[in-house]
Design a protein. Structure first.
Length: 189
């Protein structure tokens, strides 16, 4: 089985993030061959082109963490029918300055959870539009809009509903296979 380094970004900066719980669950349910590391963006300043001539170290480290990943998994909530501002800011940093887009040809997947009935469906569509512009090949199926209910996922990432656990296990198996397909066609340079 192929081995991949997967960086993951959690869209929420909350210390009580239900999407962080989902990320822990996804890591627990992932097939062998996937090694995960969080790519944090909390300390990035607001992006401005004024930084392009002299990127701050935190931004260079952020871009390096993406570069060190074979693929990127986005686990995000939905804020006002879109992605959180902090996540969008991080994506802007990763794609600047012009010609140094860290997401180009980098396989990605998008998932999220919310207490609402449609999960994070609209935020995911918004994020997919941004990633499409960033030239990041995206796993578009299966889609995963997880409605979060208290007790669904424990603090350490155990999914308590067997059907949901099976669905998420399959989602991660599909992501593993997708990464392999993309990197076969678009090998890392």
């Amino acid at each position: 089985m192929s081995r991949f380094k997967v960086g993951y970004l959690i869209g929420s900066l909350s210390s009580q993030s239900i999407n962080r719980k989902l990320a822990k669950a996804l890591i627990r349910l992932a097939p062998e061959g996937m090694e995960f590391h969080e790519i944090a963006f909390r300390d990035l300043p607001l992006y401005s082109p004024d930084y392009d001539a002299d990127f701050p170290q935190v931004a260079l480290d952020f871009k390096a963490a993406i570069a060190a990943s074979d693929a990127v998994l986005f686990v995000t909530p939905e804020y006002n029918r879109s992605i959180p501002g902090g996540l969008k800011n991080a994506i802007d940093w990763a794609t600047r300055p012009y010609g140094t887009n860290s997401f180009a040809r980098k396989p990605s997947a998008v998932i999220g959870t919310s207490p609402g009935a449609i999960g994070t469906a609209i935020a995911q569509q918004s994020l997919r539009g941004v990633l499409g512009f960033c030239n990041s090949p995206q796993m578009t199926s299966p889609e995963a809009y997880i409605q979060f209910k208290p007790g669904l996922i424990t603090d350490d990432g155990e999914v308590t509903v067997p059907g949901t656990a099976d669905f998420l296990r399959n989602y991660m198996a599909e992501f593993h296979a997708f990464i392999g397909r993309v990197l076969t066609v678009l090998p890392r340079t």
